[in-house]
Design a protein around this ligand. Structure first.
Ligand SMILES: Nc1ncnc2c1ncn2[C@@H]1O[C@H](COP(=O)(O)OP(=O)(O)OP(=O)(O)O)[C@@H](O)[C@H]1O
Length: 271
């Protein structure tokens, strides 16, 4: 299990009574409140439809079609995002707040070599020469477990396997050293062995760069392995939030107990 990182005491993110609806009068997020410290990893678990994706998309200011903020606040580094214009919010995306999702790899540009799009992404946010950006990209691809990163830089996405594309997309998001990485089931399309590897590499990359992560997963074992704290969602509410060890050894909510009982290797730790 990872430990808490980041030295400053100011908060990275605060959610205050956040509510979101897609349909009038039917909230998909209900009064969700919590805060994150810099460098912290929070795992968000819960059943399908409980609002996990809505929660992290809300932080990015990119709700799925039809979604509306109906109450509350999101504060990022002491700045209230919900009161800011979309333009201010846009300035945060990519560099300060980045997101990876289940099929990020499939969004790589198919008609440009990986190296060209990777270098351009880096240089759009960081003051670097092409050579420096190339070196940083190769280094990060290697940290994400890609065996021959120079070759990866020279090929098109169609020449990479699904796992390699996903690792590449995750590396690209992490390269910019965002303060917050929003990860929505980033490895669930990969086979189990690859999932574990990519999760460990991602966690190491975040630790290297002091990046905080909000990790949405349906897999309690993944959350227990990766996160400093675990939050559990049921029907749009955050019904439990606590240190990982406390949540898995002494869950307070019935639904958390049910989730833990479904994970054989954690079952013995649940009282
Ligand atoms: N674009 C949308 N339009 C209408 N309703 C939506 C939309 N996106 C999500 N919802 C509804 O909001 C609720 C929360 O959905 P959300 O996708 O956030 O849950 P989730 O916990 O991430 O689910 P899953 O694990 O299946 O991805 C669900 O009832 C869902 O049907």
């Amino acid at each position: 299990m990872t430990s808490l990182r980041g030295g400053t005491t100011s908060l990275l993110v605060e959610m205050k009574n956040l509510s979101v609806s897609y349909k009038e009068g039917v909230p998909s997020l209900r009064d969700v409140s919590f805060s994150m410290k810099p460098g912290e990893i929070i795992g968000i678990v819960g059943e399908s439809g409980s609002g996990k994706s809505t929660l992290i998309r809300a932080v990015l200011g990119l709700l799925p079609v039809g979604g509306r903020y109906t109450g509350g606040e999101i504060v990022f580094r002491e700045r209230v995002l919900l009161r800011d214009s979309q333009q201010d919010w846009q300035g945060m995306r990519g560099k300060r707040i980045a997101m990876v999702f289940q099929d990020s790899g499939s969004y790589l540009n198919p008609i440009r070599r990986i190296g060209s799009q990777y270098v351009e992404t880096i240089r759009a946010h960081l003051p670097m020469s092409r050579k420096e950006a190339w070196r940083l990209a190769v280094h990060t691809l290697a940290r994400m477990g890609l065996d021959d990163p120079e070759r990866v830089m020279h090929v098109y996405a169609s020449q990479l396997s699904g796992g390699m594309k996903q690792r590449t997309a995750i590396a690209m998001a992490a390269t910019l050293e965002p303060e917050l990485l929003l990860a929505d089931e980033p490895t669930s399309a990969l086979d189990v062995t690859t999932q574990n590897e990519v999760m460990s590499q991602l966690s190491r990359l975040c630790a290297d760069k002091g990046t905080g992560m909000m990790l949405v997963t349906h897999n309690m074992a993944v959350a227990a392995h990766m996160a400093d704290r675990i939050g559990v969602m049921v029907d749009g509410r955050l019904v439990e939030l606590g240190d990982t060890l406390r949540v898995i050894s002494n869950p307070t909510h019935e639904y958390t107990r049910k989730l833990l009982q479904a994970v054989p290797e954690l079952e013995g730790e649940c009282t």
